[in-house]
Design a protein around this ligand. Structure first.
Ligand code: AP5
Ligand code: MG
Length: 219
């Protein structure tokens, strides 16, 4: 396969960011997480960030025209020449249609959609125990994915960690409700497009990755 134009999908907490970190160790393609892009914009207090924050803090989707525009610009950048790993986009059918148009315009058709499946009741605990390195963004869990040395990031050696604002219990519930509703039609759509690969995400992180690696090696 000459390009690897990929989507990594899954409910909040399914492990998209965690598996993306592993994919990047083996495949040289940019990781494009719309959630990360919004959080960076919020941190920098840009106009887009301040607008997006209202939706994110409530656990709702940022409006499609904002999100589609961001992805369209990002996929036009030179580093996506050999492929890209979209994480958290598309999240509804309208975004899936927009991505198809973007792909046609840029001549970058999708090669595969990896769906990390985890039942919603497991996800609350994953989100409430998550913490993130402030320096490099690496993601950990207080029970399931601790840094090798307590208080020190495995990736960059940083010592400053934070919890996401939208991982508070009140927001988590709505985030899950919103995404559960949108998820099934998207899975059906990519199944019909013959692009879908399902992975059982309710196992050890390394076992989940083994499956993903196998899929990507055989695309
Ligand atoms: P986004 O940042 O994408 O959040 P999300 O979809 O809710 O997903 P998360 O990042 O919370 O989960 P993840 O799947 O990456 O899990 P992780 O690997 O961290 O989006 C945030 C917000 O931005 C949205 O709510 C929305 O408002 C807005 N937005 C983003 N994209 C948008 C779009 N396309 N359209 C509109 N709005 C958009 O893992 C979670 C935890 O579990 C970690 O602690 C991890 O260590 C642990 N863990 C991971 N894998 C395992 C495992 N196998 N076993 C045990 N623990 C594990
Ligand atoms: Mg994530």
């Amino acid at each position: 396969m000459s390009t690897m134009n990929l989507i990594l999908m899954g409910l909040p907490g399914a492990g998209k960011g965690t598996q993306a970190q592993k994919i990047l160790e083996d495949f040289d393609i940019p990781h494009i997480s719309t959630g990360d892009i919004f959080r960076a914009a919020i941190k920098n207090e840009t106009k887009m960030g301040l607008e997006a924050k209202k939706y994110i803090d409530a656990g709702n989707l940022v409006p499609d025209e904002v999100t589609n525009g961001i992805v369209s610009d990002r996929l036009a950048e030179a580093d996506t020449k050999n492929g890209f790993l979209l994480d958290g986009y598309p999240r509804n059918i309208d975004q899936a249609h927009a991505l198809k148009e973007i792909g046609e315009k840029l001549n970058k058709p999708l090669d595969g959609v990896i769906n990390i499946h985890v039942e919603p009741d497991v996800l609350v605990e994953r989100l409430s125990g998550r913490f993130i390195c402030r320096t490099c963004g690496a993601t950990y869990h207080k029970l399931y994915n601790k840094p090798k040395v307590e208080g020190t990031c495995d990736v960059c050696g940083g010592h400053d960690f934070y919890q996401r604002d939208d991982d508070k219990p009140a927001t988590v519930k709505n985030r899950l409700d919103v995404n559960v509703k949108l998820n099934t039609p998207l899975i059906d759509y990519y199944g019909q497009e013959k692009l879908l690969y399902n992975v059982d995400g309710d196992r050890d992180i390394d076992d989940v990755y083994k499956d993903i690696k196998h899929i990507l090696d055989n695309l």
